[in-house]
Design a protein around this ligand. Sequence first.
Ligand code: BES
Ligand code: ZN
Ligand code: ZN
Length: 492
Amino acid sequence: MQFSLNAKSQSNNLIHFYHVAGKSKKLQFCSCCKGKESRADVTQQFENEQLEASFGETVFYRDNSEGHQLFVGLGDGKVSAEQLRELASNIYKKLIAERVNDIKFSLEALPFRDKASGLGALVEGFVMSAYTFDTFKKKPKKKKPDLQVDFTSKSNNATMKKALEDGQIVGEGVNFTRWLGDCPGNFMTPSQLAEEAKTAAKGTKMKVTAWDKAKIAKENMDSLIGVSNGSDEEPRFIIMEYRGAAASKKPICFVGKGLTFDAGGISIKPSAGMEEMKFDMCGGSAVIGTMRTIARLKLKVNVIAFVPASENMPGPSANKPGDIRKARNGKSIEINNTDAEGRLILADALCYASEKKPAWIVDTATLTGAMMIALGNTHTGFYTRDKKMADLVKKAGEQSGEEVWPMPLCDHHSKDMKGHYADLTNLAPSRHAGSATAAAFLENFVEKDIPWAHVDIAGTAWHVGNRQSYAPSKGASGVMVRTFVQMARNHK
Ligand code: BES
Ligand code: ZN
Ligand code: ZN
């Protein structure tokens, strides 16, 4: 995908917008359409009730001599930034279907006030819509044309140029996260994920280190070690550091569950649908994609990210139900279900993140099936007891267009996670509020005075194409990259 802004030579193919206005529901066109005969076609179709002017509706007129015209419906004419991402995907799909390689897009035609953030959202939408996954195919399905979008705008060129470039970086960050998630478990092993994190740092100021199993054991991460013991694949503890502000400024921390395949361990999962558990590293991939994006955007903030990476397999040395392991902060854990492994690998990562004394920590994980039951694939639930932290996550979600939803975390949930034979248990006495009790477990590994939020993406990390037209119908969504980048942007 290629973009230009106010370039000298522009495409002859044009995008127009139309919407219905007022009580009379009269059809209105963008200003460039004034006095043009051809608009009669759309009006005619609208009057014949062949068109509704609904949001994202497209009508295409092929004209090989003067240039093709693509008309895009805007409903009642009011658009949000998130709708611009959706709109970009409708436009992208129509142009690809019609085999159009280039288009001119006048931002003046768009009823969106802040042209720069509108342009950013559109570019994000285009880039995310162009994502395909064919790394493992002999021949890619159909070669899609490499679409060129020439934006034109009367607004300040430097501001617009930055919005365009940043939108592209964010979209690419999401796509990179999707790619990591879509890769199969036999390829995207913990050590491969660590390699990818190193690749993600290329061309940026970011530093990436990955600890091997011996180092992880030496660092007293016995909870992570226990999970990895069921597999021949070694675990990795991935550390990504980006310094964009003065050394004296406290860092912010992201932690992501990098479980590259979750068979459940000895508490093995049923085989139906188990292939989806290659996506159990989507918290980790969101964090890796976030870090690459922050570094490429050169944000003025210090950020450290941690991704505990492991498989969860039922090998001969695997955790057994009833086993007791000790996390890095000394708390002992009864493992009463080896399939509740995400919290076990995150425990050590959260201890380590706390030691960095960050301004705040946010972790994300495909942690519980219960999260899917609670919110489905429309909203990502998050947990925190810190009011300011809740506001930070909520605000960033509103700005990024990703739907985040606050969930309750209280002492009742914490009580459920007290152990009988050890300090804690990884399994609550009941399945009810399973994502809240998981959050309560994690809380034990975050130092008391550090603001912390836990984001459970189990429902939103893959297969969300029925909700967002810019997301693939099947596969990883790249959720949380946009929100986390926004949190870093907002951090002062
Ligand atoms: N990775 C799963 C959670 C999951 C399941 C995410 C399905 C998305 C779809 C996690 O490791 C897990 O297995 N959790 C258990 C915990 C339970 C044993 C307390 C669950 O949710 O069933
Ligand atoms: Zn599991
Ligand atoms: Zn898991």
